[in-house]
Design a protein around this ligand. Sequence first.
Ligand SMILES: NC(=O)C1=CN([C@@H]2O[C@H](COP(=O)(O)OP(=O)(O)OC[C@H]3O[C@@H](n4cnc5c(N)ncnc54)[C@H](OP(=O)(O)O)[C@@H]3O)[C@@H](O)[C@H]2O)C=CC1
Ligand SMILES: CC[C@](O)(C(C)=O)C(=O)O
Ligand SMILES: [Mg+2]
Ligand SMILES: [Mg+2]
Length: 343
Amino acid sequence: MTKVLYNNNINEEVLQSKKIAIIGYGSQGHAHALNLKESGFDVVVGLRKGRSWDKAVEDGVDVKSVADASKEADVIMILLPDEYQPSIYKEAIEPNLEAGNALVFAHGFNIHFNQIVPPADVDVFLVAPKGPGHLVRRTYEEGAGVPALYGIFQDATGQATDVALAYAKGIGAGRAGILETSFQEETETDLFGEQAVLCGGTSALVKAGFETLVEAGYQPEVAYFECLHELKLIVDLLYEGGLENMRHSISDTAEWGDFMSGPRIVDEDTKARMKEVLSDIQTGKFAQGWILENQANRPRYAAIKKAESEHQIEKVGRELRELMPFVKQKAINKKEVVSNDSN
Ligand SMILES: NC(=O)C1=CN([C@@H]2O[C@H](COP(=O)(O)OP(=O)(O)OC[C@H]3O[C@@H](n4cnc5c(N)ncnc54)[C@H](OP(=O)(O)O)[C@@H]3O)[C@@H](O)[C@H]2O)C=CC1
Ligand SMILES: CC[C@](O)(C(C)=O)C(=O)O
Ligand SMILES: [Mg+2]
Ligand SMILES: [Mg+2]
């Protein structure tokens, strides 16, 4: 089995004497900044003035411009949206890098696809939590954590691995498990996971199930509970004990239906299309499309996002969740931490 590291395998001393700049205070940024601070590290957040800036100040974090935070830090974690990282790096981070600094990422996209080319005299590594930033924060506060991958692209100081592991421990990942990876593996598997399974595959499956029931004349509210709301309860069982734990809790009728009908929904053709998606990621075709979409100011992204938010499943869901305060309370208001309208 691949070596998995936990808190007791990691000495965080190497990071205690260093200043850490967290650039960005969105989903990942707020979680890294607050977790590291509460783990005893010296943190400054780098931002432009705006909603995230106000939120960071409200949270009691030291906030400066991206340039000033980068200048005073030894370890610079870039937690800006992937698509804006190259220009902000060029303008405000690169001119403030010193030999021996560490440049850190939570996703390998810009290094792997050559959108950021760092100087040779700095460490470059990634610490990539395998979960949404708001859960990186929530689980840390609960005394738990989200697993993370670490990978070294450049080790100019000879300390990159130690610093990466200390950082991963500081955000709480050492409570859940830390695994070594490469920038290539993290980038390709992360993009594949979010497109084929976690986000793209799941959204498409949920919507197709909902539409099938509604088009057959069933109540939209029943279809919502069946295909979206209950998914969380089923996924909790998967998370806690894998497929067998989920199958232990459901009825034998459901389990038989799972065995008989699951492979009719996701079949060899689906797997062939998954392989095409993976191939587009590996060849850089997906990255190129996303970079060009941003250069064109995101016309397709905006149109699709609008249509998706108007889908019947979203309208019904909004109404039903209003009546479930315990669900509403848990909802993540991304706008609280991110002011960029397109995010
Ligand atoms: N979301 C997630 O859970 C995960 C993300 N990652 C990676 O983490 C990185 C960050 O993603 P994510 O947390 O989703 O990002 P978000 O979109 O949630 O947050 C972006 C942050 O960057 C700030 N920002 C945007 N533009 C600028 C600018 N020009 N100058 C200064 N600050 C700016 C925003 O502040 P403002 O309010 O001013 O707009 C906001 O605080 C990415 O590399 C992503 O791939 C990795 C694992 C999971
Ligand atoms: C699953 C989406 C993700 O890769 C993540 C939360 O890990 C992301 O890029 O946000
Ligand atoms: Mg991910
Ligand atoms: Mg991702």
